[in-house]
Design a protein around this ligand. Structure first.
Ligand SMILES: Nc1ncnc2c1ncn2[C@@H]1O[C@H](COP(=O)(O)OP(=O)(O)O)[C@@H](O)[C@H]1O
Ligand SMILES: [Mg+2]
Length: 156
Protein backbone atom coordinates (compact mmCIF):
# COMPACT_ATOMS: atom_id res chain seq x y z
CA UNK A 1 0.00 0.00 0.00
CA UNK A 2 1.88 3.04 -1.21
CA UNK A 3 -0.96 5.26 -2.24
CA UNK A 4 -4.01 6.59 -0.47
CA UNK A 5 -6.71 8.71 -2.08
CA UNK A 6 -9.73 10.45 -0.65
CA UNK A 7 -12.23 13.22 -1.26
CA UNK A 8 -12.21 15.96 1.37
CA UNK A 9 -15.63 17.59 1.21
CA UNK A 10 -15.05 20.25 3.85
CA UNK A 11 -12.21 21.86 5.79
CA UNK A 12 -13.08 19.55 8.70
CA UNK A 13 -12.19 16.55 6.50
CA UNK A 14 -8.76 18.04 5.73
CA UNK A 15 -8.16 18.62 9.45
CA UNK A 16 -9.29 15.06 10.25
CA UNK A 17 -6.94 13.62 7.63
CA UNK A 18 -4.06 15.61 9.13
CA UNK A 19 -4.93 14.23 12.55
CA UNK A 20 -5.07 10.69 11.19
CA UNK A 21 -1.71 11.15 9.47
CA UNK A 22 -0.16 12.13 12.81
CA UNK A 23 -0.49 8.54 14.06
CA UNK A 24 2.13 7.42 11.53
CA UNK A 25 4.63 10.21 12.15
CA UNK A 26 8.11 9.24 13.33
CA UNK A 27 11.20 11.38 14.02
CA UNK A 28 13.26 12.03 10.91
CA UNK A 29 10.31 12.08 8.55
CA UNK A 30 10.00 14.59 5.73
CA UNK A 31 6.53 15.28 4.36
CA UNK A 32 5.96 17.33 1.23
CA UNK A 33 2.62 19.15 0.98
CA UNK A 34 1.94 19.79 -2.70
CA UNK A 35 -0.84 21.85 -4.27
CA UNK A 36 -1.80 25.28 -5.49
CA UNK A 37 -2.48 28.28 -3.26
CA UNK A 38 -5.62 27.51 -1.28
CA UNK A 39 -5.44 23.74 -1.84
CA UNK A 40 -5.41 23.04 1.92
CA UNK A 41 -1.71 22.40 2.68
CA UNK A 42 -1.60 24.55 5.81
CA UNK A 43 -4.97 23.18 6.97
CA UNK A 44 -3.60 19.64 6.72
CA UNK A 45 -0.47 20.69 8.67
CA UNK A 46 -2.77 22.20 11.32
CA UNK A 47 -4.67 18.90 11.66
CA UNK A 48 -1.41 16.98 11.87
CA UNK A 49 -0.13 19.23 14.65
CA UNK A 50 -3.43 18.80 16.52
CA UNK A 51 -3.03 15.04 16.13
CA UNK A 52 0.44 15.27 17.66
CA UNK A 53 -1.09 17.01 20.67
CA UNK A 54 -0.21 20.62 19.86
CA UNK A 55 -3.13 22.76 21.05
CA UNK A 56 -1.75 26.24 20.24
CA UNK A 57 -2.11 28.41 17.18
CA UNK A 58 -0.83 27.03 13.86
CA UNK A 59 0.08 29.94 11.61
CA UNK A 60 0.96 29.75 7.93
CA UNK A 61 4.74 30.14 7.51
CA UNK A 62 4.16 32.18 4.33
CA UNK A 63 6.16 35.19 5.55
CA UNK A 64 8.41 33.57 8.17
CA UNK A 65 9.34 30.62 5.84
CA UNK A 66 9.39 28.31 8.87
CA UNK A 67 7.36 27.85 12.05
CA UNK A 68 8.89 25.73 14.81
CA UNK A 69 6.93 23.49 17.18
CA UNK A 70 8.39 21.60 20.12
CA UNK A 71 6.09 18.71 20.96
CA UNK A 72 7.42 16.84 23.98
CA UNK A 73 10.85 15.81 22.64
CA UNK A 74 10.03 16.15 18.99
CA UNK A 75 10.83 19.19 16.90
CA UNK A 76 8.47 19.82 14.03
CA UNK A 77 9.41 22.36 11.38
CA UNK A 78 6.66 23.60 9.09
CA UNK A 79 8.12 25.28 6.01
CA UNK A 80 6.48 27.29 3.27
CA UNK A 81 8.92 27.98 0.44
CA UNK A 82 6.44 29.92 -1.71
CA UNK A 83 8.40 33.13 -1.18
CA UNK A 84 11.81 31.47 -0.91
CA UNK A 85 12.86 32.49 -4.38
CA UNK A 86 11.89 35.37 -6.60
CA UNK A 87 13.16 33.81 -9.81
CA UNK A 88 12.61 30.48 -11.52
CA UNK A 89 15.82 29.16 -10.01
CA UNK A 90 15.10 27.53 -6.65
CA UNK A 91 17.32 28.83 -3.87
CA UNK A 92 19.66 26.50 -1.99
CA UNK A 93 18.37 25.24 1.34
CA UNK A 94 21.83 25.36 2.91
CA UNK A 95 22.37 28.95 1.78
CA UNK A 96 19.40 29.96 3.95
CA UNK A 97 20.62 27.97 6.97
CA UNK A 98 17.82 25.41 6.83
CA UNK A 99 19.91 22.31 6.14
CA UNK A 100 20.26 21.34 9.83
CA UNK A 101 16.49 21.45 10.36
CA UNK A 102 16.34 18.19 8.41
CA UNK A 103 17.79 15.70 10.89
CA UNK A 104 16.87 12.30 12.39
CA UNK A 105 15.25 13.91 15.45
CA UNK A 106 12.92 16.28 13.68
CA UNK A 107 9.83 16.11 11.51
CA UNK A 108 9.64 18.50 8.56
CA UNK A 109 6.46 19.51 6.75
CA UNK A 110 7.25 21.32 3.52
CA UNK A 111 4.85 23.43 1.45
CA UNK A 112 6.13 24.33 -2.06
CA UNK A 113 9.13 21.92 -1.97
CA UNK A 114 9.84 22.63 -5.66
CA UNK A 115 10.88 26.18 -4.75
CA UNK A 116 13.84 25.05 -2.62
CA UNK A 117 16.94 23.33 -4.00
CA UNK A 118 18.82 20.67 -2.07
CA UNK A 119 15.88 19.33 -0.07
CA UNK A 120 16.17 15.72 1.07
CA UNK A 121 13.76 13.26 -0.52
CA UNK A 122 10.32 13.03 1.04
CA UNK A 123 9.07 10.00 2.98
CA UNK A 124 5.50 11.01 2.24
CA UNK A 125 4.04 13.29 -0.43
CA UNK A 126 0.56 14.71 0.08
CA UNK A 127 -0.94 16.09 -3.13
CA UNK A 128 -4.03 18.28 -2.73
CA UNK A 129 -6.29 19.52 -5.53
CA UNK A 130 -9.31 21.77 -5.50
CA UNK A 131 -12.38 19.81 -6.65
CA UNK A 132 -15.57 21.84 -6.73
CA UNK A 133 -16.04 23.27 -3.26
CA UNK A 134 -13.94 20.46 -1.73
CA UNK A 135 -10.53 18.88 -2.31
CA UNK A 136 -9.10 15.64 -3.65
CA UNK A 137 -6.06 14.25 -1.91
CA UNK A 138 -3.55 11.60 -2.91
CA UNK A 139 -0.83 10.50 -0.53
CA UNK A 140 2.27 8.67 -1.74
CA UNK A 141 4.87 6.81 0.30
CA UNK A 142 8.43 7.17 -1.02
CA UNK A 143 10.37 5.32 1.69
CA UNK A 144 9.95 2.51 4.21
CA UNK A 145 9.02 5.03 6.89
CA UNK A 146 6.49 6.47 4.48
CA UNK A 147 4.97 3.04 3.79
CA UNK A 148 4.57 2.42 7.56
CA UNK A 149 2.97 5.83 7.91
CA UNK A 150 0.42 5.10 5.17
CA UNK A 151 -0.32 1.67 6.66
CA UNK A 152 -1.13 3.34 9.97
CA UNK A 153 -3.30 5.87 8.21
CA UNK A 154 -5.20 3.24 6.26
CA UNK A 155 -5.75 1.16 9.41
CA UNK A 156 -7.79 3.93 11.02
N1 LIG B 1 -11.54 19.97 2.07
C1 LIG B 1 -11.77 21.28 2.02
N2 LIG B 1 -12.91 21.77 1.47
C2 LIG B 1 -13.14 23.09 1.39
N3 LIG B 1 -12.28 24.04 1.84
C3 LIG B 1 -11.12 23.62 2.39
C4 LIG B 1 -10.81 22.24 2.52
N4 LIG B 1 -9.59 22.13 3.11
C5 LIG B 1 -9.17 23.39 3.35
N5 LIG B 1 -10.06 24.29 2.93
C6 LIG B 1 -9.97 25.77 2.95
O1 LIG B 1 -9.12 26.22 1.94
C7 LIG B 1 -8.54 27.47 2.30
C8 LIG B 1 -7.06 27.47 2.04
O2 LIG B 1 -6.46 26.53 2.87
P1 LIG B 1 -4.90 26.54 3.22
O3 LIG B 1 -4.68 25.35 4.07
O4 LIG B 1 -4.48 27.86 3.75
O5 LIG B 1 -4.26 26.33 1.76
P2 LIG B 1 -2.73 26.33 1.29
O6 LIG B 1 -1.84 26.23 2.50
O7 LIG B 1 -2.62 25.14 0.40
O8 LIG B 1 -2.54 27.60 0.51
C9 LIG B 1 -8.90 27.68 3.77
O9 LIG B 1 -9.94 28.63 3.83
C10 LIG B 1 -9.37 26.32 4.23
O10 LIG B 1 -10.36 26.42 5.23
MG1 LIG C 1 -0.20 27.36 3.07
Amino acid sequence: MTEFTRTLVTEADTLALGRALASGIAPGMVIFLIGELGAGKTTLARGLLRGLGYAGKVKSPTFTLVEVYEISRLYLYHFDFYRFTGSNNPRELGEAGFREHFNPQSVCLVEWPDKAAGLPAADVRVVLEVAGSGRNVSIFADSEAGVSCLKRLSAQ
